[in-house]
Design a protein around this ligand. Structure first.
Ligand code: ADP
Ligand code: MG
Length: 703
């Protein structure tokens, strides 16, 4: 008989404690259901969330200033004294002013409150109190009266000060909440629940790095006794953020690696070889190396889980094709997911050309597809008649069922979250997964953030590519630009014109693209063939336009950012981007990546002028470098990590306090240490504590 392993007392307690902490904040004294609703808007739902609701800054009110010194001061001060007078004034109808005078032996000062009559009853003569607030010297010059407007007040004899006479936390707020209220709620949570909080960092780890225990850290992050305890608390909690991130990633990785149920493919057979022979080029060394890495993965009996990183134009599609063919040749079905319909269609068109020759059946599934064809595809997919399904998010809908999904390729990873990646993976039984991205993240950072994936990098462009020449020009240079474009078109080249990005309005964006296309085809390029492509162009038309452009039947393609990723027409050598200052840096680089794919010298012309310092930095970076790696670093620097990684959509856990860029070195250190820990004591992974905490902190990103 299999007996469940009895739990130690400590384990039981931890579980119970965590259950308490997972309880709704409304059970904290003084909160209740109504305030719980308000807190929810801040992402605070359970008690642990509240304990971890980190102040955005602090106001140092620990120094008490003699009232006599106030006349030389400005800004926020803290004073103490005995209440000597309480006045209620009604200077005009509908206005009530309460003034409370306090004396500290050096002088007299007034706390002044407007239209808060209840304040009057908070004080009585003889009370010893503290005020914190801004000094208002207006009445001092006239009447020698020193006033503090709307000060925060506390009883001087309080055992513990929350709002004054200390370093006071200032929190991010939302409507219906004041600093005072949230401070009090957090104080209640700390007093009532801190002792339930288990330390997530093992003792020996804490000792090794001199980290304070969790209860002191949480207390000090909210109500620090002094500056140095505050700094120590921050350090501890940053460490903890990264510790949990790394645990989550490495645990997931171990779980994936220990999965022995993948489909082991055989060594390269006929189809793979035929495909390689059918290509009009040979693989670059980087492609060969990457293909070897992937190939080996596919031949193992555990699922591959690999990130393929390569700058735009480095030739990731061929690698995707090889991966899929190898799986299909071994009797598996494949899926290829792309972030936009256009890109999915592009992949479909180019892969179909390659795959028809090999007698591989491929189909395209998108959201806008007609019901009938969709039903047919779904049926054939389930029956195993389709070898490869290409599509958008449509692929992860529930109704999509495969017969034997064994290889999954996800293009342009940065557009999908961890969650979507996992959904597609789960449509198969332990399929091999390859995710591809053109966002070159520094390798060490990639390892840290996508540490659950193995990493392959194509760090070489196909031969014969000339770097794209990038220029920035003001709108007045348009005539010149257009005659240059004509010269190029006359040499047989083709051009893209990308219309301004209009945020939040697809309709206006499309309208402006229509106008641009009309203007160009009627007024400027009337001797040339101009076509328009937007997100609203119907599917059939879109296909035709893209095909015509690829076949050279269209000279100029006017488009919105729908062509941002994946479009591949080597003969196109000019990319004009209107109002370039509006685009993000990564986006500009992606767009530029549409040219420079053939042998001709290519140009990217950015029309527009920066209106912000960031805009200027973006345009400058584009003109200065073609290197996706440098672009990514600059982008990261301009936007900051949160936006750069799009934390939320990536499904990456949100840090409570750590900052990927600022605290980068801590992250590296933690990563090494955690790896070490798991190598030495692999059982740590199975600890209940870890599992529950990962789940609570990451809300399902990893487990
Ligand atoms: P990306 O990495 O941006 O997805 P693609 O896969 O679209 O790049 O490849 C860009 C272009 O380079 C395509 O036209 C492709 O056919 C071509 N290409 C890929 N590999 C090679 C190679 N080894 N030699 C020459 N051209 C190649
Ligand atoms: Mg691509």
């Amino acid at each position: 008989m299999n007996q469940p392993v009895p739990k130690t007392k400590e384990q039981l307690d931890i579980k119970k404690n965590l259950e308490v902490l997972a309880g709704s904040v409304q059970y904290v004294k003084g909160i209740g259901p109504k305030r719980a609703q308000i807190l929810k808007r801040l992402g605070v739902e359970n008690i642990m969330d509240l304990l971890y609701y980190i102040p955005r800054e602090y106001s140092d009110r620990s120094e008490i200033i003699p009232i006599a010194e106030l006349k030389n001061l400005e800004g926020e001060v803290t004073i103490k004294g005995e209440v000597v007078a309480i006045q209620e004034l009604r200077p005009k109808r509908g206005m009530k002013i309460i003034k409370v005078a306090i004396h500290d032996g050096t002088g007299l000062a007034f706390g002044v409150w407007f239209n808060q009559p209840y304040i009057k009853n908070q004080f009585k003569n003889g009370d010893k109190v503290i005020f914190s607030g801004k000094v208002n010297l207006k009445n001092y010059y006239r009447y020698r009266k020193i006033e503090l407007n709307n000060p925060v007040y506390e009883n001087l004899k309080s055992e513990e000060h929350v709002h004054t006479k200390r370093i006071v936390p200032i929190y991010p707020l939302t409507e219906g909440l004041t600093q005072k209220k949230i401070r009090e709620m957090i104080k209640k949570a700390i007093d009532g629940y801190l002792h339930y909080m288990p330390d997530l960092i093992p003792d020996f780890f804490r000792e090794k790095f001199g980290l304070m225990p969790i209860d002191l850290a949480l207390k000090s992050i909210h109500f620090p006794e002094n500056r140095s305890l505050l700094e120590e608390a921050k350090r501890r909690l940053i460490f903890e953020d990264f510790f949990l991130l790394q645990m989550g990633i490495l645990v997931k990785r171990k779980i994936i690696q220990s999965d022995k149920r993948g489909y082991a493919c055989k060594e390269d057979q006929k189809l793979v070889k035929d495909f390689l022979n059918s290509l009009p080029f040979t693989l670059t060394n980087a492609q060969k190396r990457v293909w070897e890495e992937i190939s080996k993965d596919l031949q193992r009996d555990k699922p591959m889980y690999r990130l393929l990183q390569g700058d735009v134009g480095s030739g990731k599609t061929v690698i995707a094709a090889l991966t899929l063919i190898k799986g299909i040749e071994n009797g598996l079905q494949g899926a290829l997911m792309a972030p936009t319909e256009i890109l999915a269609e592009q992949h479909y068109l180019s892969l179909k050309e390659w795959f028809d020759v090999l007698k591989i059946r491929i189909e395209l599934l998108t959201g806008s597809m007609k019901k009938k064809s969709k039903e047919r595809i779904l049926k054939e997919l389930k029956d195993g008649k389709i070898d490869l399904l290409i599509g958008t998010h449509a692929l992860i809908q529930e109704e999509v069922q495969f017969h034997k999904l064994g290889v999954v390729v996800i293009d342009e990873q940065h557009r999908f979250g961890v969650h979507q990646r996992d959904l597609l993976r789960k449509k198969g039984l332990h399929p091999h997964v390859l995710v591809m991205t053109a966002t070159p993240i520094p390798r060490s950072l990639a390892l840290t953030i996508y540490g659950d994936l193995d990493l392959s990098v194509i760090d070489e462009l196909p031969p014969g590519r000339k770097p794209v020449i990038t220029l920035q020009r003001g709108p007045e240079a348009r005539d010149k630009i257009y005659s240059f474009v004509k010269e190029q078109l006359n040499q047989g080249r083709q051009a893209y014109v990308v219309c301004p990005l209009i945020e939040d309005s697809d309709v206006i964006e499309v309208e402006s693209a229509i106008r641009m296309a009309e203007y160009l085809s009627n007024e400027v390029f009337y001797d040339y063939r101009v076509a328009l492509l937007t997100g609203q162009t119907p599917r059939d038309e879109r296909d035709k336009i893209m095909r015509d452009f690829r076949d050279g039947k269209v000279d100029i393609l006017v488009a919105t950012t729908v062509i941002e990723v994946g479009v591949d027409v080597p003969n196109a050598s000019i990319m004009i981007i209107e109002d370039a200052q509006r685009f993000g840096l990564a986006q500009l680089h992606q767009l530029r990546g549409r040219v420079g794919r053939g042998h001709a010298q290519s140009y990217c012309i950015l029309i527009g002028e920066a209106t912000t310092p960031e805009g200027e930095r973006r345009l400058k970076a584009m003109v200065e470098t073609n290197d996706g790696f440098k672009i990514a670093e600059e982008d990261l620097a301009i936007r900051g990590p949160g936006e750069f990684f799009g934390t939320r959509q990536h499904g990456l856990p949100e840090f409570k306090i750590a900052n990927l860029i600022r605290d980068w070195q801590v992250l590296e250190q933690v990563r090494r240490e955690v790896k070490d820990l798991l190598d030495k004591s692999p059982d740590f992974i199975n600890s209940d504590l870890l599992k529950v905490v990962l789940k609570m902190r990451f809300k399902g990103s990893f487990v």
